[in-house]
Design a protein around this ligand. Structure first.
Ligand code: ADP
Length: 411
């Protein structure tokens, strides 16, 4: 039997030497019956060294079970096919090193015995190239990833730069807008000054001239009358100048506030004292006398400016022989002051514009005014957390109400 196998092995050997791929033929027991020179070289064996060895010798341990199973299947089906489809195959050299192979299996029968011829190709070089390609691909991917990252960073930086520039641009536009508004204001101021100051100034001149004419001792009351007119017109001019100054500060962002604690009566008395000089004949201001114990923590100048504007308006826009009522309401954390008059009131359709700068209602145009007062009072109060509202009926009167935070209302 052995001799017969050997003979067959020789035949196979002769047949296969001419082929450049490795050829290994095994019998049903998976013993190698022949291998060509190419196969011996590939696996590191000498001539005939493999004869009689189990094919497992050429297969790394971890792949043996797969191989055995597949060879059994081939034996059954006698179906030539390429091994290793879809998965990597490896061979094992004599020195134990492992290398990638491609193997085609061809079952056949000769002299009634079944054999499998394996055509084996060493694909180390190809695998190496594949690995290199994979490696190169990976490097490429890494480069792409790094570049994408860099690009993202650049985009982020550019976006930040754009945002910064936009902000700078906005600031420039904003300061240009402010400058333009200030310029407009100056122009407006000049035209208002020339217009608004002319009448009171000529009134002051007339009164001063007339007062100078009363030289007799018993003409004191006449002199006083003219002096009072002069005083009130000077006060009026002073108020307009204060309003303008306020606007300038608000517009240029230079409005600074100073919080102080002071008695409410101090400001009220001063405002009423000055307002008394503006009263028309028979006009009276009714104001609370029992406010001595109310202490205010607020910007004193702003409170004075607000009350002056509102009381002066009440006087200006009310006829002679009317009452102006000032009411103080002390709350826990706020103070409310109402100024009520029985004057011409504000036409309903114009009420929504009343806080707009330079706005003056139609029915008020015969009286002198600039349309600035309410606007700056509102701006200042709102900057300080306060509010101003009003109720008005044309021909009946108006009530203006200011409220501002005041935690410390009692001394
Ligand atoms: P000015 O009094 O200089 O015109 P204000 O800003 O103080 O400016 O007031 C704006 C306008 O609001 C006035 O021109 C007037 O039409 C109206 N107004 C303000 N207060 C009263 C009031 N107490 N009664 C009637 N109208 C008023």
């Amino acid at each position: 039997m052995k001799v017969f196998e050997e003979k067959k092995g020789n035949i196979f050997r002769i047949l296969s030497e001419a082929i450049s791929e490795g050829i290994v033929i095994v019998n049903e027991k998976q013993e190698i019956v022949t291998s060509n020179e190419a196969a011996d070289r590939m696996f590191g064996y000498g001539p005939k060294e493999l004869l009689g060895e189990n094919i497992n010798l050429l297969i790394p341990r971890e792949y043996r079970h797969i191989h055995t199973q597949q060879v059994d299947e081939y034996m059954e089906k006698s179906d030539p096919r390429q091994m290793g489809h879809g998965r990597d195959l490896y061979g094992r050299r004599k020195d134990g090193s492992v290398f990638p192979v491609e193997a085609g299996l061809n079952p056949f029968e000769i002299y009634g015995s079944k054999y499998v011829m394996a055509l084996v190709t060493d694909i180390s070089v190809r695998k190496g190239q594949e690995r290199e390609i994979i490696e190169l691909n990976m490097q490429l991917e890494q480069k792409v990833e790094a570049r994408t990252k860099e690009l993202k960073q650049t985009i982020k930086e550019l976006k930040e730069e754009v945002a910064k520039r936009k902000e700078a641009e906005y600031k420039i536009l904003e300061s240009l807008r402010k400058e333009r508004e200030l310029n407009e204001l100056k122009t407006k101021f000049l035209s208002l000054v020339s217009h608004e100051f002319k009448t009171p100034l000529s009134g002051i001149l007339t009164s001063a001239t007339l007062a100078g004419k009363y030289t007799e001792t018993d003409q004191q009351d006449k002199r006083e009358k003219h002096l009072k007119t002069i005083q009130s017109k000077v006060k009026y001019l002073n108020n307009i100048l204060n309003d303008f100054l306020s606007i300038e500060r608000l517009e240029s962002g230079k409005a600074t506030y100073k919080f102080d604690t002071f008695p409410l009566s101090k400001v009220v008395n001063e405002v009423i004292y000055n307002a008394n000089m503006l009263l028309k004949e028979g006009q009276r201001i009714n104001y609370p006398q029992n406010i001595d114990d109310i202490s205010v923590n607020f910007d004193e100048k702003i409170l004075e400016l607000s009350l002056t504007n509102l009381i002066n308006n009440a006087i200006k826009y009310s006829p002679a022989h009317t009452l102006i009522d000032v009411e103080v309401i002390k709350e826990k954390e706020a103070l409310t002051i109402k100024i009520k008059d029985e004057g011409m009131g504000i036409p309903e359709k114009e009420q929504k514009y009343i806080f707009n700068r330079y706005f003056r209602a139609e029915n008020a145009l015969l009286d002198q005014g600039t349309g600035i007062g309410l606007n700056i009072v509102k701006s200042h109060l709102e900057s300080l957390g306060g509010t101003i509202i009003f109720e008005s009926e044309e021909g009946k009167g108006s009530t203006f109400t200011i409220t501002f935070p005041n935690k410390n209302t009692t001394e």
